[in-house]
Design a protein around this ligand. Structure first.
Ligand code: TUI
Length: 313
């Protein structure tokens, strides 16, 4: 399936793997790229040395294009922004902020830039800054979420800018891919489904929680501090929600309550103190598969549905 996205990135299938903090490393990224999608290394809150090492590991495991996701709230964002330019990473995606100030340096290094946006306002700003495409992510996604749903956001972003738009949030199979194309997107980004890829090095407990999830198993916490995140409901998210609703509980202590929770879930599988970020499609994720099996299954389902249907893509 050729689309504006496969042509822009030089990949076989219009599927980008989401940049999941503490999870998306060179192992998962290279597997997705080798399977014909675009694998992404998450720079999360890691420093420049860690990011450089993962980039080099990924290059050793694939000769296909791959990307790095830069979380713009990271304390190391400036040094990581330099590393991706020095290493001439093929693609950079960004999250949780406005990446406009980095665009000039990244374009000078030949990098294809795809910011994640949660509004038409940011989509227009990054278009003016000179990015190549945008990823419009609805609040069905896991992790840091915006207010709009994918169904409402994607067509409005498509209408607002002249760049290719990738849909994200709530997409986990071929039906979601075809629906995204119908909304005017040229491809999808998926995170939650890839959590249970065989090549995903996340803790076994994390995979178990995703596989056991049903439709209503996720919730959003963190609105009070301005950083809403969607995660699987656990004792930890329930405790967080209680503290968040308690106006006598200070913001600083709430902030402290969240520190380290992503790492504890991803690396240690700590069910009590870990925050297991996942999107609303967790309930559709049924089995562990290789990244290649997932992508081939999604594409076969999408191609079958597309038979007889031809939209611009
Ligand atoms: O960024 C994500 N997902 C994430 S980041 C993350 S790590 C984290 N840890 C603690 C607190 C918060 C985050 C886990 N998951 N997705 C991309 C995304 N970006 N979703 C929404 C946005 C977004 C929201 C507002 C992007 C820009 C924006 O505008 C801000 C501005 O400066 O205009």
């Amino acid at each position: 399936m050729q689309t504006k996205l496969t042509k822009l990135l030089g990949i076989r299938y219009p599927i980008i793997q989401g940049g999941m903090a503490w999870i998306a490393d060179a192992s998962l990224a290279s597997a997705v790229s080798n399977a014909g999608g675009l694998g992404i290394i998450s720079a999360m809150n890691a420093n420049a040395d860690w990011v450089r090492e993962e980039i080099r590991k990924c290059r050793a495991m694939t000769d296909r294009p791959f990307g790095v996701n830069i979380m713009l709230m990271s304390p190391y964002v400036e040094e990581v922004a330099k590393v991706v330019a020095e290493e001439r990473v093929p693609v950079v995606t960004t999250g949780a902020g406005n990446p406009s100030r980095f665009v000039k340096d990244w374009k000078a290094a030949g990098i294809i830039i795809l910011p994640v946006v949660a509004s038409t306002a940011l989509a227009k700003m990054v278009e003016r800054a000179g990015v190549d495409a945008v990823i419009a992510e609805g609040g069905e996604s896991g992790g840091h979420v915006g207010d709009l749903t994918t169904m409402a956001l994607v067509p409005q972003v498509v209408d607002a800018i002249d760049l290719p738009v990738v849909a994200a949030g709530g997409i986990g199979d071929g039906r979601g891919l075809v629906a995204s194309l119908a909304l005017g997107a040229c491809g999808v980004q998926m995170g939650t489904r890839f959590l249970v890829a065989k090549e995903c090095t996340v803790s076994p407990e994390y995979k178990k929680k995703v596989l056991a999830a049903k439709d209503i198993s996720t919730m959003v916490t963190g609105r009070r501090l301005g950083h809403p995140v969607r995660a699987i409901k656990t004792a930890y998210t329930n405790a967080y929600a209680k503290l968040e609703a308690d106006s006598n509980y200070p913001d600083e202590e709430l902030e402290q309550f969240g520190v380290g929770s992503l790492r504890k879930a991803a690396k240690e599988g700590d069910a009590e103190h870990g925050c297991f970020l996942a999107g609303q499609i967790a309930g559709m994720v049924r089995c562990e598969q290789t990244a290649s099996e997932m992508i081939e299954e999604i594409m076969a389902q999408a191609e079958q549905m597309m038979e007889g249907v031809r939209w611009e893509r």
